[in-house]
Ligand binder design. Structure first.
Ligand SMILES: Cc1cc2nc3c(=O)[nH]c(=O)nc-3n(C[C@H](O)[C@H](O)[C@H](O)COP(=O)(O)OP(=O)(O)OC[C@H]3O[C@@H](n4cnc5c(N)ncnc54)[C@H](O)[C@@H]3O)c2cc1C
Length: 492
């Protein structure tokens, strides 16, 4: 089949009945559930872009193996040009969603593509796992599917490992083997967009200890597999708020969910790893599952930051406060953050390396630097937006006030901006800003940037240790040579 249309994606959703729980009730019709409807349509637009002549050549290619047209996220990059082809889809999808949807289909399709190309890793441990991941990639590519993933355990007692929790099946673990497949039980935390995806893939960050064998798992399943419960967090919008009042929150809510596996059978051909602590700890660093999607999140993060910076600038301009030195200083700082991320991303692409297996990898250090800096740069952009917008952020009238004839004159008069900025334009930009920096929707976007790729503190510590291992401290050694000479002189 190859690339799907938006209608085909929606048809796929309608054909399934996942067990989705939202605020205490089971959702029976996902498509018509207000909190999901607009996000489904936003994802459908991305699928449609694959057929739009304006984007098709940029974001898709003809698969050499099948002759079908497929998304560039399924391209195994073997050169700089391939990396740039793949970047195109990251950029087009991120621009279409202002970088506000982190888990668009390209994200996990890159993860599986990377696991597929590095199936040598799975083969080291078990030939069947390697066959399974290869077949799964082909299945995803051929059907253009949309995945969610859940890689961390719920926050129960973080001071203990999985097997030390009060109930050994609190964290997702294997229960028993059956001829049909592996039976799994327990929960995984935080699968973004789970209710509106086609499939879920489970794998983990490293950190397994001896004794954790039953939790050392990787597999994939259709999202409506019997026994899989999707428990959503509280919705941040109910689908009834207008596009004018909440121009972002009403479109881009990415629902997050806890996944509970109630003795779910994972067919053997969907098991990619099982009962092997060493393999589970190595999967993330060795298969590119960490580094390849960092390219997607770097591009998406750049666009999200650019959007936030532009909103802050337009906000300041609309009420004439960017004539002041302090405001210029803060906005200038944001632009410099943005340009730093842009430069790091280009460095990651230009300084790509080719692995011994022939895969092009964007450079680790600049990508990891982006991952380290965005968790502070994005919240800072939001803080500056709050400081610059000040009281006005809370004071916007609603669309209903605008259309009320009794109020219209007063609104036009008192909400007008600096010369040349109408009340409508001034209120519109303030509403955009409030969705980003005030609404619960905006707070989730901020928390996403802090944590979507793991705990930034532990990530930076790993980065430091890798950097130390890979770099000699040449300059210091050079400087110390003088001291060595001195030492010889002194000890003569
Ligand atoms: C909006 C959002 C969307 C997300 N989407 C997804 C998704 O789609 N799929 C997915 O799999 N995950 C997703 N994540 C989860 C993300 O991977 C985790 O939030 C992240 O890995 C941090 O884990 P945690 O939230 O369990 O925090 P914890 O690991 O529990 O950390 C909590 C605090 O305790 C400290 N801490 C905890 N353990 C240690 C330790 N061992 N050593 C030192 N300090 C420690 C941390 O520094 C932190 O301050 C998402 C997260 C967010 C916020």
């Amino acid at each position: 089949m190859g690339i799907r249309t938006g209608a085909q994606y929606i048809q796929g959703l309608k054909s399934r009945k996942p067990e989705v729980w939202l605020q205490g009730r089971k959702v029976t019709n996902l498509f018509d559930e207000p909190v999901f409807k607009q996000p489904i349509l936003e994802i459908a637009k991305l699928y449609d872009m694959q057929h739009d002549p304006k984007y098709q050549e940029r974001i898709t290619h003809i698969c050499e193996e099948t002759g079908e047209r497929v998304n560039n996220a399924f391209l195994v990059p073997k050169s700089y040009d391939d990396l740039m082809k793949r970047r195109e889809v990251f950029e087009v999808f991120a621009r279409a969603t202002f970088g506000l949807m982190g888990r668009t289909p390209d994200f996990l399709n890159v993860v599986v593509t990377s696991m597929y190309y590095n199936s040598w890793f799975f083969e080291k441990y078990n030939k069947d796992w390697a066959v399974n991941i290869r077949n799964y990639y082909k299945y995803l590519r051929g059907n253009d599917l949309f995945l969610t993933h859940a890689i961390i355990n719920p926050q129960n007692d973080r001071s203990k490992s999985s097997h030390e929790q009060k109930d050994i099946y609190t964290h997702l673990g294997a229960v028993k083997e059956t001829p049909e497949g592996l039976v799994v039980r327990g929960a995984k935390m935080l699968a973004t967009l789970a209710p509106i995806t086609d499939e879920v893939i489970i794998y983990s960050f490293p950190g397994f200890k001896p004794g954790d064998e039953r939790y050392a798992l990787a597999f994939a399943l259709p999202i409506d597999t019997p026994g899989l419960r999707i428990i959503c967090r509280e919705q941040m919008q109910d689908g009834t708020r207008s596009l004018f009042d909440h121009p972002l929150a009403s479109r881009f809510e990415e629902m997050d969910a806890l996944l509970v596996f109630d003795d779910v059978v994972v067919p053997w051909d969907r098991v990619f790893l099982y009962n092997n602590v060493e393999a589970a700890n190595q999967l993330y660093p060795m298969t590119g599952a960490g580094q390849q999607p960092a390219h997607q999140s770097g591009v998406r993060g750049l666009i999200k930051l650019q959007f936030a910076v532009e909103v802050a600038m337009k906000l300041a301009d609309s009420i004439g406060v960017d004539v002041y030195l302090n405001v210029q200083d803060q906005l200038g700082e944001l632009i410099q953050s943005l340009e730093s991320i842009r430069a790091l991303l280009r460095t990651a692409e230009i300084e790509y390396t080719i692995t011994e297996h022939g895969e092009a990898l964007p450079a680790y250090i600049p990508l990891e630097t982006i991952r380290g800096l965005l968790p502070t740069m994005y919240p800072r952009a939001i803080e500056v937006m709050q400081i610059v917008g000040a009281g006005g952020l809370l004071m916007s009238p609603t669309g209903a006030d605008f259309v009320n004839e009794e109020l219209r004159e007063a609104i036009d008069h008192y909400y007008v901006g600096r010369e040349g900025v109408s009340s409508f334009d001034r209120v519109s930009i303030f509403k955009l800003a409030w969705d980003l920096c005030g609404e619960a929707f905006g707070q989730r976007l901020l928390q996403y940037e802090r944590y979507y790729t793991g705990d930034p503190i532990r990530k930076r510590a790993i980065f430091y240790n890798n950097y130390k291992r890979q770099h000699s401290l040449d300059l210091v050694d050079e400087a110390l040579k003088v001291s060595v000479l001195e030492k010889e002189l002194l000890t003569k």
